[in-house]
Design a protein around this ligand. Structure first.
Ligand code: AMP
Ligand code: ZN
Length: 471
């Protein structure tokens, strides 16, 4: 896998044999998560599934940022939760609960597995305070009038562990407003003294206040995964400052390596541009559904991009993936009616091609191309090919996460009444009673079974049931 710290593809070696500890920077729950955010979690989900497929036991932790994320990521701004709570006239905790629930619903629609631990920042204030105390004790932090700051000059390489240039060089010419309480312009807040009227504030050794955004991820990731763990992911926006700050905090406090592999998802763009409220292109899953798309078509679109280049979202592209999903499903249902899935052999060429693709830095576009080879088997005249194709697809889908097997079970399940009608129709056709057979086909259609006649006899698939028209 590609490691943003080493800036190259390196073999994955777990800290503890057979185990993977993974932390994903999760949502700031002040608003809906848009399709760009959700795409980042699809990528993390594919990574988790890949390790599980390879036999690892994965422990996946995701944070819920319900305090501390400042607008524009600058210490002097307003907390996003605070702003949104005032906008929606709710208290921050109510707001956080509401948007967390909405995020979970969209997560389920995209078949993203629930992380093993979902940790809320507001429930880990003591861990953050302890970490800040450790940093103060080691001379990495200093208390000032308006909070506690990290002194970046005490951590060699600050800002360049994941990034090529020092922040000063990267931001040359940019105007930085220097808070006179900071010793250096790039020092960042670990704890912010409460401002009058702050809705979220806690007691601390430095008076009432609230935590910085970066400290929450250091504190919670180490609380659940240990001081050193395997994988940490986030969007490319986190390369700086968020993850550089996390490294400085964690390694500064523990004196140990923090993360072994850093994974960053390039941003999803819409029609080649960033998403902005002002353009009106910050789409939600519900926007896709309103246009009749299955959210899993969006998952496919994400898989077909590859996480290390920008994903360009277009409605045309989504239509293509919806067609692919429909085509796969119908081929699966067709094959499953007359063939049973057989688990792929270890040396199956298609399976090996899939393992090679997904094992090459989670190369999902290549994995989809391999999956198409399995789909092609479904229309083979040989039943053994169809069985193999089904088995391969269900196996591959453990990583792709399109829910193909459970979809197939639903699509091919048949109730007793329908089974009787199907048998009756088959008999009618055999007896040449086509009027009767057509009438039975209509009846089956109303019950939600679409029957087609093929060379190999009648075939059916599940469709939404519909009520009789009174004409
Ligand atoms: P936030 O709710 O802003 O804290 O972001 C949640 C996650 O979504 C973070 O890991 C971000 O890096 C990621 N993210 C934000 N925008 C995008 C985007 N357009 N494409 C991909 N990931 C994104
Ligand atoms: Zn984070």
């Amino acid at each position: 896998m590609y490691d943003s710290a080493r800036r190259e593809v390196v073999p994955f070696e777990p800290l503890r044999a057979g185990h993977v500890g993974m932390y994903n920077c999760g949502p700031t729950v002040y608003d809906w998560q848009h399709i760009g955010n959700l795409y980042a979690y699809v990528v993390a989900d594919v990574a988790r599934r890949t390790f599980e497929y390879a036999g690892y036991e994965v422990r996946q932790v995701m944070n819920i940022t319900d305090v501390g994320h400042i607008v524009g990521d600058v210490d002097e701004g307003q907390d996003k939760m605070e702003l949104a709570a005032r906008r929606e006239r709710k208290d921050p905790q109510q707001l956080a609960t509401m948007y967390t629930e909405r995020f979970f619903e969209d997560r389920r629609k995209l078949n993203i597995q629930a992380p093993h631990v979902v940790s809320k920042a507001t429930e880990h204030i003591p861990q953050m305070i302890a970490l800040i105390e450790a940093l103060l004790a080691k001379g990495h932090a200093y208390a000032a009038a308006d909070g506690v700051y990290y002194d970046v000059t005490t951590f060699p390489g600050y800002g360049t562990r994941l990034n090529a240039e020092l922040p000063e060089e990267r931001q040359a010419g940019a105007r930085i407003e220097v808070n006179p309480n900071k010793r250096h312009a790039y020092d960042f807040a670990l704890w912010r003294a409460a401002k009058p009227g702050d809705l979220q504030q806690w007691d601390s050794p430095w008076g009432r206040g609230n935590p910085g955004w970066h400290i929450e991820c250091s504190a919670m990731s180490m609380a659940y995964l240990g001081e050193t763990f395997d994988i940490h992911s986030g969007g490319e926006d986190h390369l700086f400052p968020h993850h550089e700050c996390e490294i400085a905090q964690s390694e500064g406090a523990t004196g140990r390596p923090f993360v072994r592999y850093w994974m960053h998802v390039r941003f999803l763009q819409v029609d080649g541009r960033g998403m902005h409220k002002s353009i009106g292109n910050t789409y939600l899953v519900s926007d896709l559904e309103a246009k009749g798309f299955d959210p899993l078509a969006f998952r496919l679109l994400g898989l077909n991009s590859g996480y290390r280049k920008p994903l360009n979202f277009t409605w045309r592209g989504l239509e293509d993936e919806q067609r692919r999903l429909d085509r796969w499903r119908s081929a699966i249902a067709g094959a499953a009616l007359a063939a049973k899935a057989t688990a792929p052999a270890g040396d199956d060429a298609v399976r090996q091609a899939f393992v090679a693709a997904i094992g090459d830095d989670f190369n999902t576009p290549r994995a989809l191309a391999v999956a198409e080879d399995a789909v092609a088997l479904l229309s083979s005249p040989e039943r053994a090919d169809r069985s193999r194709g089904l088995g391969l697809l269900f196996d591959i889908d453990r990583v792709l996460g399109l829910g193909l097997e459970s979809w197939c079970e639903g699509a091919t399940a048949v109730d007793d009444a329908a089974r009787a009608l199907l048998a009756e129709r088959q008999a009618a056709r055999a007896a040449g009673d086509y009027a009767r057979s057509d009438k039975l086909r209509d009846e089956l259609r109303e019950r939600g079974y679409l029957v087609k006649d093929t060379k190999e006899g009648q075939r059916w698939e599940r469709v939404p049931a519909r009520t009789k028209r009174n004409s």
